[in-house]
Design a protein around this ligand. Structure first.
Ligand SMILES: [Zn+2]
Length: 410
């Protein structure tokens, strides 16, 4: 593998050269010698580690045109999609998911952890399609797969076995969805027992509603501690914390921190799906990210859904999700935007255990170069991702051209 030299990029606020070889960052320093490497001049542009999607559903992407949208009193997004899933073929899933991944790479994503739905409707067809993509895109995008029970596990006699089969075929995470079963604790128990037996980490879609009686994240944290799985559980959504009384919320957050739970917020979907029946003071439905971060939790943001009834305008561009987050989570002050991109880079990588990740010597050369000086400008202007680099090789080069003509007074 040839070596690559990024000249004069902005790293941690300072101009630095980056020398890349053997797929890794060899050196980061001001005024390095290019030493025969291929040179890319990125003068004054922000260099970040590649974006990391931690919670995304490529298998049910691009199906908004196959069904109706959400409306008050109408079927839920889960119901609409469950019906469509019966018709999914391996090739159909493959084509739609591939489109998601190509878009994600073009927009700076170098690692993606995706949910693969496994249930009586779609059986293992998603597993087959996504594993095909995992192999085909291996040099371009690291794809981690979650065996995910979107429909719950107690409605039929096959889902539990199919989930175990998915793990046996090489999926590396197990994903639950407690609110899809009547007995949420029994659901959570089964996932912990199965994850322990098979030695895999866990992800839950958790506390998505505004009904505190349905709270599960405290129980999940308790179980993670009791079973020695601290740091090996990620939770998506966590919208419900927002409606708890502050004293109870503090208790839950303390427990989540003890369990080293990673929180993944999905703001675009929350904004589209939540609070459909509110007649005033419409609930935002997004996890209180600033507060959770302040409390010492590892928080990340991810895309979740792409062009389906959950998020008809969903798009796997994490810079866009950062802007949505700034808007909806009151994180748009300059000092907040300075760290907001950590939620789609370093924090996200930590949540899913990506090794050798970051902008330091010895780390994997998974990088994105943005057409901006700093994070705030990148978010505000939705800056172009000029280069996306995976394992030390350019996998996307993007240019945005525009011509502005200032005319004299006519
Ligand atoms: Zn999801």
């Amino acid at each position: 593998m040839g070596s690559l030299f990024l000249r004069d990029g902005i790293v941690d606020g300072r101009p630095q050269d980056i020398l890349i070889g053997d797929g890794r960052i060899q050196r980061i320093e001001a005024s390095l010698d290019a030493a025969g490497a291929e040179i890319i001049d990125v003068g004054g542009k922000l260099v970040l580690p590649g974006f990391v999607e931690t919670h995304i559903h490529p298998d049910k992407a691009f199906i908004a045109d196959r069904t109706e949208g959400l409306r008050a009193g109408g079927p839920t997004a889960q119901t609409l999609v469950a019906e469509l899933k019966r018709q999914f073929t391996v090739d159909d899933i493959y084509r739609r998911a591939r489109r998601v991944m190509e878009l994600a790479v073009r927009h700076g994503c170098t690692t993606m952890r995706a949910h693969v739905e496994i249930d009586a409707f779609v059986e293992l067809r998603g597993v087959e399609a996504m594993q095909r993509l995992q192999k085909e895109l291996a040099g371009t995008l690291d794809l981690e797969l979650i065996a995910f029970a979107q429909e719950g596990i107690f409605h039929d006699g096959v889902t539990k076995d199919l989930l175990r089969e998915g793990l046996k075929r090489g999926l590396r995470w197990l994903g639950g969805c407690p609110y899809m079963d009547k007995d949420q604790r029994a659901h959570i128990d089964w996932f912990f027992e199965t994850a322990q037996a098979l030695g895999v980490p866990l992800d839950f879609h958790a506390d998505s509603s505004d009904n505190p009686a349905m709270l599960t994240s405290d129980y999940i944290a308790e179980q993670a501690i009791a079973r020695g799985m601290q740091g090996r559980v990620t939770l998506g959504h966590l919208c419900m914390l927002d409606v708890l009384e502050p004293a109870q919320r503090t208790q839950v957050v303390t427990r989540l921190r003890e369990a080293r739970i990673h929180v993944i917020s999905l703001p675009a979907t929350e904004l589209h799906v939540k609070a459909r029946t509110d007649t005033r003071r419409t609930w935002r439905g997004v996890a209180r990210l600033g507060e959770l971060r302040e409390a010492g939790l590892n928080v990340a943001v991810s895309t979740n859904n792409i062009v389906n009834p959950f998020t008809p305008y969903g798009h796997p561009d994490l810079l866009r999700q950062a802007l949505v987050t700034a808007m909806v989570a009151h994180l748009g002050n300059l000092d907040q935007m300075a760290w907001l991109l950590e939620l789609v880079t370093t924090n996200a990588a930590r949540a899913i255990g990506v090794e050798g990740y970051g902008l330091a010597e010895g780390c994997r050369a998974d990088l994105v170069v943005l057409d901006a000086r700093d994070a705030a400008q990148a978010i505000t202007e939705q800056a172009e991702k000029l280069y996306v680099i995976k394992n030390g090789r350019v996998v996307a080069r993007n240019l945005r051209e525009s011509t502005l003509v200032i005319h004299p007074r006519p």
